[in-house]
Design a protein around this ligand. Structure first.
Ligand code: C2O
Ligand code: CU
Ligand code: CU
Length: 480
């Protein structure tokens, strides 16, 4: 299969298109009404060649988020190509079925490029999943949620100033699949909805307005063993959740609203309330507009609406068992007694990992990982000591992401005193199954087990708040 991704002529809103040069034409679909990159659909075991042709005025490179690919194919910023150049990706799909995605990963420009539309779904299927008879075709709906700001000409607006970099970009307008005020018409049957938080920094606390609990069937790295029911979903940047929603038995004309509920992002008190408020938010605009269009984290607003429009002639039943996931244990780790500790901190206008900022080809001793091992790792966001809350520092949630293979979350520990932000989102965490991004709240420590199999070379770990990433909250691991 050959997939080609071309960047169209440079307008203020970039248009990304793709075409299949050879192979199954359904492997790539362009959504003409969206500014986002096309959706790529492939099957486990397929070998692909993907051409990235850069027609942007700046360098760029694409990363396949969540996919297990060789280091040279992983979109490390050192492989960025200039305008007019083409990067040829070649890899085999080793991942199990799941909702993955791809996006720009250019040094210092990731936030701006992703914001402008250089991101898309990468959906993988496999035989195990296909045997399950989950909703397919139009009943399997990928939904990417993003927040954006627009200027008077209705063009995307992004300033990238220092305050925005520290706190992360927060937009006033919610887009779903690139559209404002998104409304999904549905039939009276079950749906599989693939939710991706494609926002630069906004965390969502998603819930149905009629109080229906949320049934989750998959997370970042594919299907769970069985569906899990949660009162709401906490979805941090780059995270995915697939949900099972059954509209059978609903009256035609029924409308359901998916909202993001209020929460406290903890430790960020100073910024709370400074924003102009979200469109569609409760009390939007009442906060006093000091932020000049910058809304704040944790406010409540509408994300999308679903409307039952048609009687369905078919339905699917949620299988009791979805998959079998081999549980990693501490005993599998090469370092069972000495976890690799990564401290997250923000001070002196920078965002740091173990006190360090990103630098190309700057591998320290504690960043070397033996290949074909499982590593015990912990992300410490002010759990020990003063953490991110120093005199010049601030404490924020950080969605931590590792390239390469998916990992498992072993445990979360939180400092009792900083529980306020934590408890406002923690019932929406889903740490089962395979993950590639995990939200670490202020005062929290998250321990994971991460395999590093097959491929040697540089694989990144970073905060997926894209403004933090561009501020340097990113490092390489050298697998060898
Ligand atoms: Cu989705 Cu290195 O990122
Ligand atoms: Cu990634
Ligand atoms: Cu961060």
């Amino acid at each position: 299969k050959y997939v080609s991704i071309f960047k169209g002529p440079t307008t203020r809103v970039w248009k990304v298109t793709g075409e299949v040069l050879k192979g199954d034409k359904t492997a790539i679909t362009n959504d003409k009404e969206s500014y986002l990159a096309p959706t790529i659909r492939l099957h486990k075991g397929q070998k692909v060649r993907i051409y990235l042709k850069n027609e942007l005025p700046s360098a760029t490179i694409l990363h396949w988020h969540g996919l297990h690919v060789p280091a040279k194919m992983d979109g490390n910023p050192m492989y960025a190509i200039d305008n007019g150049e083409t990067f040829v990706y070649e890899f085999e799909i080793l991942n199990r079925a799941g909702t993955y995605w791809y996006h720009a990963h250019t040094h210092n420009l990731t936030a701006k490029h992703v914001y402008s539309g250089l991101a898309g779904f990468f959906i993988v299927s496999d035989d195990e999943e296909q045997a399950l008879k989950l909703p397919r075709g139009e009943f399997d709906v990928p939904l990417v949620i993003q927040d954006r700001n627009f200027d008077q000409q209705n063009q995307l607006k992004y300033d990238g100033g220092m305050m925005q970099r520290m706190h992360g970009f927060l937009g006033e307008q919610i887009l779903v699949n690139g559209r404002p005020e998104f409304k999904l018409p549905v039939e009276t049957r079950a749906y599989r909805m693939r939710l991706l938080n494609g926002s630069n920094s906004r965390i969502y606390k998603l819930a149905w307005d009629d109080g229906t609990p949320i049934k989750v069937i998959a997370t970042d790295g594919g299907l769970l063993e069985r569906a899990e029911t949660l009162p709401y979903l906490t979805l941090a940047p780059a995270e995915r959740r697939e949900i099972w929603v059954d509209f059978s038995g609903k009256e035609i004309g029924t409308e359901l609203t998916l909202r993001s509920l209020e929460f406290s992002s903890g430790g960020m008190g100073m910024m709370g309330g400074m924003g102009g408020g979200m469109r569609g938010g409760r009390g939007g605009g009442m906060m006093g507009g000091m932020g000049g269009g910058q809304s704040h984290a944790g406010e409540e607003f509408t994300v999308l609406k679903v409307r039952v429009t048609k009687k369905s002639s078919s339905n699917d039943v949620l299988p009791k068992r979805l998959s079998k996931i081999p549980a990693l244990s501490v005993a599998d780790a090469e370092n069972p007694h000495s976890p690799r500790r990564i401290t997250l901190s923000m001070r002196h206008m920078s965002a740091l990992l173990n006190g360090r900022s990103y630098k190309m080809n700057d591998i320290r001793q504690d960043e070397v990982v033996p290949v074909n091992t499982v590593q015990l790792m912990e992300f410490d966001n002010g759990f020990h000591g003063m953490g991110g809350m120093g005199m010049m520092g601030m404490s924020m949630p950080h969605p931590m992401h590792l390239h390469g293979e998916q990992f498992q979350v072993l445990k979360r520990e939180v400092r009792s005193k900083s529980g306020k932000g934590y408890t406002s989102v923690s019932e929406g965490f889903l740490d089962k199954g395979w993950k590639d991004t995990v939200l670490v709240m202020p005062g929290e420590k998250v321990t994971i087990l991460k395999p590093f199999n097959d491929y040697t070379g540089l694989f990144m770990y970073h905060c997926h708040n894209l403004e933090h990433e561009d501020m340097g909250m990113m490092r390489d691991l050298l697998v060898k």
